[in-house]
Design a binder for this molecule. Structure first.
Ligand SMILES: Cc1ncc(COP(=O)(O)O)c(C=O)c1O
Length: 394
């Protein structure tokens, strides 16, 4: 009897089958830009959609390597299908450009990755799209900020870097009532800990550069949703060309095979690091969705099955103390990005969110004392010992 496989089994197996040509057990990297047609009629049929199949690596299902990755991530997110991109930003850009036009309104979480903030605030607005950045951690506030022309609600939860959590289910209900598409950036939680489509979202986006790849060795993005939605993006995909490469698609497949194991370790390590930081006399505050003191702790417990590996915290002594800490770590790497097997530490106000105006940062909690840590999968005692010795320098 065929049964739905558990998450970890899907990580290993979903989307993959022995290669049809030679029976290769591992999905091959189809490092090709184009595909040969049997005859001119077949080429025409592929182009006009009468026949499914591969055409050229920028269009359609790209290559069989991309298709296997899309099947795997779609299965993990519980979506019908997906589309890969060269980066998370290319994925978010394609979602926005394919669905919004001049005169439409986009309502976004007010705390989002700096690149997303830049795209929404300075690129989309150039094309006459109205954008509101709203504190979506209060869903009543979302309701209050809906406009007649609201076409899309974009949530980042937990949000980068303040870790605020938004109620996906409540907000998607609001979106559905007004006919607005609900898009969730699930990069921080991953499908291991949060399944936005099950909570009512229409579309999930990821920066694959983070936990999906998992090893800080690729750039990529992916969008997952209904087949109809993915098809509605096809001209933007084809004509803007932010395509993922075959090697990256293969690295994403390999990353996903261990997603369940890595995420469990990221989360258990992060919980211990958060507790260590919370108890440390030189730390002013800690924001981790798994700590009872997190402002949306109950909501995080309701919609997430684990709290992932991202923590933000403030050091007493502000940015100077934070810089001293970041300059003193030895095991942790002072680097932007996140979701890698190794622990990364950075300062959002001067790095990943430096493009967000200072006033907006201050209003939304991206304070100058905020340090963000992406807790890796090393032995947690070593991560804590490194932070402890670095804090001793302050
Ligand atoms: C939550 C989130 N979404 C999207 C992105 C953009 O991803 P990429 O760097 O792959 O373009 C990032 C990058 O840090 C991110 O943190």
């Amino acid at each position: 009897m065929k049964t739905e496989k558990k998450f970890g089994t899907q990580c290993v197996h979903a989307g993959e089958a022995p290669d049809a040509s030679y029976g290769a057990h591992t999905t091959p990297i189809y490092q090709t830009s184009t595909f040969v047609f049997d005859n001119a009629q077949q080429g025409a049929a592929r182009f006009n959609g009468e026949e499914e199949g591969y055409i050229y690596a920028r269009v359609g299902p790209n290559t069989p390597t991309h298709a296997a990755f899309v099947d795997k991530i779609s299965s993990l997110e519980g979506g019908e299908t997906g589309q890969t991109f060269s980066s998370g930003m290319a994925a978010i850009t394609a979602v926005a450009l394919s669905q919004l036009e001049h005169g439409d309104h986009l309502l976004s979480t007010n705390v989002v990755y700096g690149g997303t903030y830049g795209l929404f605030s300075s690129i989309l607005t150039k094309f006459g799209i109205e954008v509101s950045f709203v504190d979506t951690s209060d869903h009543e506030n979302v309701k209050r900020n809906i406009k007649k022309n609201t076409k899309m609600i974009f949530l980042e939860t937990p949000a980068n870097p303040t870790m605020i959590v938004s109620d996906i289910e409540e907000i998607c209900n609001i979106g559905r009532d007004v006919g607005a598409l609900c898009v969730v950036d699930n990069t921080f939680a991953t499908p291991r800990f949060q399944r936005p489509l099950q909570l009512g979202a229409d579309v999930v986006v990821h920066s694959c550069t983070k936990y999906i790849g998992g090893h800080a060795d690729l750039l990529g993005g992916v969008v997952v949703g209904k087949k109809e939605f993915i098809e509605s993006m096809s001209s933007i995909v084809n004509f803007t060309g932010g395509t993922m490469g075959p090697l990256e698609a293969w690295l994403c497949i390999r990353g996903l095979k261990t997603l369940h194991l890595r995420m469990e370790r990221h989360a258990s390590n992060a919980m211990k690091v958060a507790e260590f930081l919370e108890a440390h006399s030189k730390i002013g505050w800690v924001r981790y969705p798994g700590l009872p003191g997190h402002p949306q702790y109950d909501l995080a417990k309701k919609q997430m099955s684990g709290f992932s590996g991202m923590i933000s915290f403030g050091i007493k002594g502000g940015i100077e103390a934070g810089q001293k800490l970041m300059n003193s770590v030895e095991l942790c790497s002072l680097a932007v990005s996140l979701g890698a097997v190794d622990t990364l530490i950075q300062h959002p106000a001067s790095m990943t969110h430096a493009n967000v105006p200072g006033k907006v940062r201050a209003e939304t909690g991206i304070t100058d004392d905020l340090v963000r840590i992406s807790v890796g999968i090393e032995e947690v005692e070593d991560i804590i010992a490194d932070l402890d010795q670095a804090l001793a320098h302050l």
